[in-house]
Design a protein around this ligand. Structure first.
Ligand SMILES: C[S@@+](CC[C@H](N)C(=O)[O-])C[C@H]1O[C@@H](n2cnc3c(N)ncnc32)[C@H](O)[C@@H]1O
Length: 389
């Protein structure tokens, strides 16, 4: 017997597939069929939004009206926050169901073929594992999440939909060696470097698709192919995307960085023509600069003494280096003060100059080579003139 909810979700799933197709984020008939077939609402029975005060509100399904609003949201092209850690201040987001259009774009870019074995890092709600299971058969799908509770929920909900992929609670940075080799590895969390374990667990010719963020906001999706036993190589995606960071433990922040005391001596005072908003406005420049500055570069605003408005952008690194760049300009230039062992804003300015010299290239002009020893970023060609290691 077909219930009302059955027809309601099926119409909405078909509508989502149509929307993603119109947006150009879903072109492959097999993935279109998967989006139509997977009951995302069974995997996302609730989600959280923030009200204007910043408090987290759980989606409401208690009335017919609120239930329809929840169903509409579940079948819209929006990311949904699905797990919170509430005993921290502020509350931390532990998991989300990623934006469907981003997921389908990544799945298409993954270029799977029947019989491929795929490992997903970051199970979350299990929606992506369900799409993969629909397309490849659950026996070919492996998915790992660092949160055991999420794995338990996903396993139960996926089984209720008839999908039984192999789900494991573990640190996905290690891959899943006991189930490899894989043809494809897709990560729906961001890594500061591609773990060599992932490359090792790929067949030659296999692909890793992941979000590489070498520092906060600095990086993008990259698709690398294992070309040899000791090498994987490929390009960045043309469109910027950002996932939550991989963490090695359930909950909690597990990266501890030791910060040297800030060297307060002003070593350099100069003017820069580069807008201090550059890290946010020009993410390719920020990526190039962050490659130089390291994973723990911190960026923020500092206020003026007389107004509540920010007056400068600040950069700092754990070695005690810092830079302050005035937002206001005098004759088109921003006052910069820097101290500590390294010239932080100079690194951004140099990255900006290089990007201009290269004719302001987009992400897809850049590529990455990963070996057991190093990550090498390159422009246009792996053996070209511009390489960063
Ligand atoms: C954006 S969510 C994944 C969305 C998911 N693919 C879906 O379809 O709902 C990112 C997930 O990565 C997980 N994660 C973070 N660090 C991890 C790690 N070291 N290994 C595996 N999963 C991890 C988080 O717990 C979170 O569930």
């Amino acid at each position: 017997m077909t219930t009302t909810l059955d027809t309601q979700w099926q119409d909405r799933a078909a509508g989502l597939a149509d929307t993603l197709t119109e947006l150009g984020k879903l072109t492959d008939p097999d993935w279109q069929a998967a989006v139509r077939a997977v009951a995302r609402h069974e995997l996302v029975p609730r989600f959280y939004t923030q009200d204007t005060s910043g408090a987290w509100i759980e989606s409401d399904t208690s009335t017919q009206h609120s239930r329809m609003a929840w169903l509409d949201a579940v079948y819209s092209n929006k990311p949904l926050i699905t797990a919170l850690q509430r005993d921290t201040d502020p509350v931390r987001v532990l998991s989300s169901s990623s934006q469907p259009g981003l997921m389908t774009r990544m799945l298409e870019s993954l270029d799977v073929h029947s019989g491929h074995q795929v490992l997903e890092i970051g199970t979350g709600t299990g929606y992506n594992a369900a799409l993969l299971s629909h397309r490849l058969g659950a026996g070919n799908v492996f998915s790992v999440d660092v949160e055991p509770d999420l794995i338990d929920l996903a396993r139960t909900r996926l089984a209720a939909l008839g999908y039984t992929p192999t789900l494991v609670a573990a640190d996905g940075a290690l891959g899943l060696p006991e189930h490899g080799p894989f043809d494809r590895i897709i990560a729906t969390c961001a890594v500061p470097a591609v773990p060599w374990a992932w490359v090792q667990q790929l067949r030659i010719g296999g692909v890793v698709l992941t979000d590489l963020k070498v520092a906060h906001g600095a990086g993008n999706l990259v698709r690398i192919t294992r070309t040899d036993t000791d090498r994987a190589e490929g390009r960045f995606d043309p469109t910027y995307a950002a996932f939550m960071s991989l963490r090695h433990q359930p909950g909690g922040l597990d990266r501890t960085v030791t910060w040297a005391a800030r060297d307060t001596t002003v070593a350099h005072r100069w003017t820069s023509t580069v807008d201090p908003q550059t890290p946010w406005n020009s993410l390719v420049v920020w990526f190039l600069a962050a490659f130089d500055l390291g994973p723990d570069v911190s960026i923020g605003y500092t206020g003026s003494d007389t107004t509540s408005q920010p007056s400068a952008v600040t950069l700092s690194t754990p070695d005690g280096s810092w830079a302050q760049i005035a937002l206001a300009t005098a004759d088109g230039a921003h006052q910069v003060t820097e101290g500590g062992p390294r010239r932080l804003w100079l690194a951004v300015e140099r990255a900006h100059q290089l990007w201009n010299r290269l004719d302001q290239p987009g992400w897809d002009r850049f590529g990455l080579t990963v070996t057991p020893e190093a990550h090498t970023l390159w422009f246009d060609h792996p053996d070209g003139d511009h390489r960063w290691t």
